[in-house]
Design a protein around this ligand. Structure first.
Ligand code: AMP
Length: 273
């Protein structure tokens, strides 16, 4: 376990695959580590619950933390270094920040003001400390992928990004550290999010001009089942704006179940891999 930026910086660089995380590992995290392990001499995983990407009243304090378990899981995947710095090690004072325009603004950006500034800033700092050749992220956080892709392009960062498919429970619920917050009843309901996206996608395959009608119906169905839906839309994968065609598009959803906020998405073409 590496605790300091200084030590991590001496170990970074070269043929290195990097997986940034906030810990509480599940199979989704492990799949990114496996992919990195296949492609590189060295694999670094960071574990840092980044205060800068949590808003007021969000779950920074209660975010699940289990460093010992995470260390054992990363070690079992053949990860070379787990970088787990303390908060003060990353933020020694009020930090310079990175604000990615446009793709940061809608959806998660609106629901969670400042979230993507926090994400972009910490990922840029981690890239500078670790100096990876390739960094691995999950499509589960689709808007995050687009924000980071834009940051790397705009700031000419010399790192390649690879985005990996979402791992799911057998009933379709996307793996997430936040699933731990769900009560048994909420956990039973939660896979409806994914099922709704799959249903809409199947309908869109037949009637590609019915996006608005189908997403509105999906929102209504989820509401009636007890979800507090924030958005459910068909968006372009280029600019994240609502679109009507399924080419280069994704269905994205965010909803609360009780007090737990879940997100999911379905990219077109992703149904069959
Ligand atoms: P987090 O610890 O939630 O910040 O996630 C760390 C990385 O794992 C991010 O790139 C996520 O997109 C990715 N990730 C989270 N959930 C999944 C999942 N179910 N399948 C694949 N990757 C995931």
């Amino acid at each position: 376990m590496i605790r300091t930026v200084a030590e991590m910086a001496t170990l970074g660089g070269g043929d290195l695959g990097f997986v940034p995380t906030m810990g509480a590992f599940h199979e989704g995290h492990l799949s990114l580590m496996r992919e990195a392990r296949k492609g590189h001499e060295k694999v670094v995983v960071s574990l840092f619950v980044n205060p800068l990407q949590f808003g007021q009243g969000e779950d920074y304090e209660r975010y699940p933390r289990d460093e010992e378990r995470d260390f054992a899981l990363a070690e079992a995947e053949g990860v070379d270094y787990l970088f787990a710095p303390a908060r003060e090690e990353i933020y020694r004072r009020k930090t310079t920040t990175i604000c990615v325009p446009e793709v940061s603004e809608p959806w998660e950006g609106k629901a969670r003001p400042g979230h993507f500034v926090g994400v972009a800033t910490v990922v840029a700092k981690l890239f500078n400390i670790v100096r990876p050749e390739v960094a691995y992220f999950g499509w589960k956080d689709l808007q995050q992928c687009l924000v980071l892709r834009r940051m790397v392009e705009d700031l000419n960062m010399s790192v390649a990004l690879r985005f990996m498919e979402t791992l799911r429970e057998p009933d379709g619920l996307a793996l997430s550290s936040r699933n731990a917050y769900l009560s048994p009843g909420e956990r039973e309901l939660a896979p409806e999010l994914h099922r709704t996206l799959v249903r809409i996608a199947a309908e869109l395959d037949k009637n590609s001009d019915k996006a608005q009608e189908l997403t509105a119906k999906g929102r209504e169905e989820l509401f009636l089942k007890g979800f507090q839906v924030e958005y459910l839309e068909l968006v372009s994968l280029v600019d994240l704006q609502p679109t009507t065609g399924v080419g280069d598009a994704a269905l994205i959803v965010a909803s609360k179940i009780g007090t737990t906020r879940l997100i999911d998405n379905l990219r077109f073409g992703a149904l069959t891999g």
